[in-house]
Design a protein around this ligand. Structure first.
Ligand SMILES: [Zn+2]
Ligand SMILES: [Zn+2]
Length: 218
């Protein structure tokens, strides 16, 4: 299966240009079998929605995912849910897979956490915590002991993510390595991703593949 682990839709990501329907259509046309929607999950985004009268940002976030999932079902593309979280007072982004709805619904508490607290929560609850594009400008490299892994290949063409350094770093510290297009616009679709021989049906299947590194980066 060909999978993109880092995809945005404009229903939540303010910087996104493509609605769910377009994202699904373009990924299907690019030969992908699965995408993970990792919209921005931070105070900047939740405040934007609150200003528009949305009282529960998590519900809004979930609604956007369900819309993409529904489009995926129509098109024959598996759409899974993830998060690109940023903690208050920081410019670093993290990709999260397998976090439960119950945990995500307490988003204000999550945004106020430090990477150390969130890492402990991930460990306790069994979800996966990766730093996204850690060598991009303005990012702060997180202590490798707190991370499950890092994104060693980020396809966003408008940023230099210094993917070569990220890969060296991951190998040095034995971190799990992932890749994603960080798709915001039409031209970003299908920039990179992973390929696995395993058959993934849901987020648990994806987590099994990620935990066992049973994939190659494309
Ligand atoms: Zn963005
Ligand atoms: Zn992103």
């Amino acid at each position: 299966m060909k999978i993109d682990l880092h995809v945005h839709t404009k229903e939540i990501s303010i910087c996104g240009h493509m609605p769910a329907e377009e994202v699904v259509r373009r990924y299907k046309a690019s030969g992908y079998d699965c995408i993970v929607i990792t919209n921005h999950f931070n105070t900047y985004t939740s405040s934007h929605f609150e200003e528009q009268g949305v009282t529960d940002f998590f519900k809004q976030y979930q609604k956007a995912y369900l819309l993409a999932k529904e489009e995926g079902e129509k098109a024959g593309l598996l759409v899974l849910n993830g998060y690109e979280i940023r903690f208050d007072g920081s410019d670093s982004d993290y990709l999260v897979y397998g976090m439960s709805d119950g945990t995500a619904s307490d988003y204000k508490k999550l945004f106020s956490m430090r990477p150390r607290d969130f890492s402990a929560l991930a460990e306790e609850q069994g979800f996966l915590f990766y730093q996204a594009h850690p060598f991009r400008n303005n990012m702060k490299i997180t202590n490798p002991e707190l991370l499950f892994g890092i994104e060693i290949k980020n396809g966003n063409p408008r940023h230099d993510s210094r993917n070569d350094i990220a890969e060296i770093w991951a190998k040095k510290f034995n971190l799990h390595m992932i890749a994603g297009s960080d798709a915001h616009r039409q031209e970003d679709v299908g920039g990179t991703g992973i390929i696995t021989d395993r058959e993934i049906k849901d987020i648990n299947g994806l987590m099994t593949v990620l935990r066992s590194d049973d994939y190659t980066i494309i």
